[in-house]
Design a protein around this ligand. Structure first.
Ligand SMILES: Cc1ncc(COP(=O)(O)O)c(C=O)c1O
Length: 165
């Protein structure tokens, strides 16, 4: 959230069927989590309801690939493009799962993984964030490294997530 510049006054649309960690990641950036309904067939985020919940404050959509099953990324990405929103995939339960030939977590702007002890790849505690925009990945590094960039400059205020990540 912080790496994407999401903060006070911003809204992030996500799923109510998830781990509290999804919601806390939005709240700790001081943004507002907005819960969209689920699709009755898949139990994943319902893209129609996501679109209904978009307001002028919406900055991002955070689909959760619950139980390793994919959210409807084709529709979610189309909605995000239409409304100029970022997409952060919560792929914490979806290590190596695929959707239309792509690994989950590689479709949106960022993909998040958990290696906490209940996960299919577990390290006790641990997390990873992936993306293919180098500038954005540098910002992720800076945020998780208490605001200090790879170049060793303290550029922002940030938590220290590096011990578990
Ligand atoms: C869907 C989902 N999102 C987020 C998290 C939070 O991950 P962590 O416990 O590594 O912070 C988990 C698991 O704990 C999860 O299952």
């Amino acid at each position: 959230m912080e790496a994407l510049g999401i903060g006070p006054g911003d809204e992030v649309i996500t799923s109510p069927f998830t781990d509290p960690g999804t919601i806390s990641s939005i709240l700790t950036s001081q943004a507002l989590p907005v819960l969209a309904d689920l699709d009755r067939e898949s139990f994943q985020l319902d893209p129609d309801d996501v679109e209904r919940k978009i307001t002028e404050n919406t900055r991002a959509i955070m689909p959760v690939h619950i139980w390793g099953q994919p959210a409807n990324m084709e529709r979610i990405m189309a909605i995000a493009r239409k409304h100029n929103l970022r997409v952060i995939e919560d792929a914490c339960q979806a290590h190596l799962s695929e959707y239309q030939g792509k690994k989950l977590g590689t479709i949106g702007d960022l993909g998040c993984f958990s290696f906490q002890s209940s996960k299919t790849i577990a390290s006790g505690e641990g997390e990873a964030i992936i993306g293919n925009n180098e500038e954005l990945m540098d910002k992720c590094y800076t945020v998780h490294n208490h605001g200090t960039s790879r170049k060793g400059r303290t550029e922002t205020i940030g938590p220290k997530y590096r011990s578990g990540g």
